[in-house]
Design a binder for this molecule. Structure first.
Ligand code: SF4
Length: 405
C-alpha cells in the first residue's frame, strides 16, 4: 500500500503556515490569474517564494494551480510567469488545458504536471493518454466510485492518482457550470463561482409571478441543485486500498480555522492507520471534530454508489457550532502564557479551546489580560491579549469558541 500524502489548500501565506503546523504533506495554491478560483483564493505572487521556502524547510511540497480553461491571452500571461515559478522551486503545476500543458512542456519542462479534476478523467486509458502528454499525476473525476478507481490504479501503477477526501462538492459534472456566470456574471469556468446552486429555487408561471411553486423533493422543500459536503474520514482504509498517492482537501476559499481543523484530524487518522493498519479503528471523535467547522450535511459523494449528493434536509444551510477567536502570535515560556491576536471578539464567559496538532486544550478567558497585564472582560477584534497555558504552544495555533445558541 502506498503512503498517501495529505494535500491541503493554502489560499494565502497564513493558511500555508497553518497547514504546515497541523501536518500537511503538501499544499496547493492558486497562481494569480491562472487558477479555477476567485482572485480572493489566489496566493499573492510576492509571498509565494517565502511560502515555498518555508514549506520546503518542513519537507512539504507546494503545487500551483494553473487549471483555468485558457484563452490565447491567458497563455501569454502564463508564459511570462513560468520561469519565475520554476526559479521559486514550485514542486508541480496543476493544469487542465492541453494548450497550457504544451506551453509548460516547452518552456519549463522540469516542472512536474498534475492534471486537474476539471479535465474529467474517468478511465485508465485516459490516464495513460495524459501520461503520454507529460503528466505525472492525475486528479481523477469526483464522479468515480472507489471500485472504479481501484481498477484504474491497477492498470496504471506507474502514474500517481489523486482523490478528493474532504470539502465542498459541485452539482455540475467536474464543475462545468454556467449558473454563477448567468446570475452574477462571475464564471465557475474562470475560477469565480459564487455558488448560486446553494440558493433556493422555485418554479414560476409567467402570468403569476407572485405564486411560485416550490419544487418539492420531500414534504416541504427541495435542494435539488445544492450538494452536501464530502467527508471520507470514516473510509480512509478503503481510499488507501484503492491505490492512490494523494488525498486532497478542497477549500482554498475556506478559513484558517477550517485549514487547522481539517488538516489535524486527517493527519491523526492517516497516521493512526499507517502505524497499525490491522488494529485501526475509526475514532468517533474525528467526525465530531469535523462537525465543529462550518459544513453542510456530509456525504461520501460517489465513492460507494452513484448516489445523489444533493442536500435533502430542508433545515440545513450550513451547520456551525464553533467559530474562530484568533491565533497564537507568540509563546511566552517565562510566564507560561500565550499572546493571542483576537479576530472575533472574545468575552470572559466564552467557552474557548486551543487546537494543537495532537490535542485540544480548554482555555480560561476569564484569566485574560491586555498587553500591559491588566485584567479585561472582553477583547475586541484586533486586540492582543495574554492567556495562561500549561504547555508549550507553537505560533499560529488556532483558538476556537463554542457558539452560543
Ligand atoms: S454554481 Fe454550484 S454547481 Fe455551479 S460550479 Fe458553482 S458550486 Fe458547482
Amino acid at each position: 500500500m502506498k503512503r498517501p500524502e495529505l494535500l491541503i489548500p493554502a489560499g494565502n501565506l497564513e493558511k500555508l503556515r497553518t497547514a504546515l503546523l497541523y501536518g500537511a504533506d503538501a499544499v496547493y495554491v492558486g497562481i494569480e490569474g491562472m487558477s479555477l478560483r476567485a482572485a480572493a483564493a489566489e496566493f499573492p505572487m510576492d509571498n509565494l517564494e517565502t511560502g515555498i521556502r518555508e514549506a520546503h524547510r518542513h519537507g512539504v511540497k507546494v503545487y500551483g494551480a494553473m487549471n483555468l480553461f485558457a484563452r490565447n491571452d491567458d497563455l501569454q500571461r502564463a508564459a511570462a510567469i513560468l520561469p519565475e515559478l520554476e526559479a521559486m522551486g514550485i514542486d508541480a503545476l496543476i493544469v487542465s488545458d492541453p494548450g497550457m500543458i504544451r506551453l509548460i512542456r516547452q518552456l519549463t519542462p522540469g516542472i512536474p504536471l498534475h492534471l486537474s479534476t476539471q479535465a474529467n478523467t474517468t478511465n485508465a486509458a485516459a490516464v495513460r493518454f495524459w501520461a503520454e502528454q507529460g503528466v505525472s499525476r492525475v486528479v481523477l473525476a469526483r464522479e468515480l466510485t472507489l471500485a472504479e478507481i481501484a481498477e484504474i490504479a491497477k492498470e496504471v501503477p506507474d502514474i500517481e492518482l489523486e482523490l478528493f477526501v474532504h470539502g465542498a462538492m459541485c452539482m455540475a459534472y467536474s464543475g462545468r457550470c454556467f449558473l454563477s456566470a448567468h446570475w452574477n456574471r462571475r464564471s465557475a469556468n474562470q475560477g469565480d463561482c459564487t455558488q448560486p446552486c446553494r440558493w433556493d429555487y422555485y418554479l414560476v408561471e409567467a402570468s403569476r409571478p407572485d405564486q411560485p411553486l416550490i419544487l418539492e423533493e420531500d414534504a416541504r422543500y427541495t435542494y435539488l441543485l445544492s450538494s452536501k459536503d464530502l467527508c471520507m474520514i470514516e473510509y480512509l482504509p478503503e481510499m488507501m486500498a484503492a491505490g492512490v498517492s494523494s488525498l486532497k482537501v478542497e477549500g482554498r476559499m475556506k478559513s484558517v480555522y477550517y485549514v487547522a481543523a481539517v488538516t489535524r484530524i486527517y493527519r491523526q487518522a492517516i497516521d493512526a492507520y499507517l502505524t497499525d493498519p490491522a488494529r485501526f479503528r475509526v475514532d468517533p471523535e474525528w467526525l465530531e471534530e469535523l462537525r465543529k467547522i462550518s459544513y453542510r450535511d456530509y456525504t461520501t459523494g460517489f465513492y460507494f454508489t452513484r448516489e445523489k449528493i444533493n442536500e435533502v434536509n430542508p433545515d440545513v444551510n450550513y451547520w456551525q457550532t464553533y467559530d474562530m477567536v484568533g491565533t497564537v502570535l507568540a509563546y511566552d515560556a517565562e510566564n507560561s502564557r500565550i499572546l493571542v491576536g483576537v479576530r472575533n471578539g472574545l468575552r470572559d464567559d466564552d467557552v474557548i479551546e486551543l487546537l494543537l496538532p495532537r490535542e485540544t486544550i480548554t482555555l480560561d478567558p476569564a484569566a485574560m489580560v491586555n498587553e500591559t497585564g491588566e485584567p479585561i472582560k472582553a477583547a475586541h477584534n484586533g486586540y492582543r491579549i495574554y492567556l495562561p497555558v500549561t504547555v508549550e504552544v507553537p505560533a499560529g495555533a488556532v483558538i476556537r469558541r463554542k457558539m452560543k445558541k
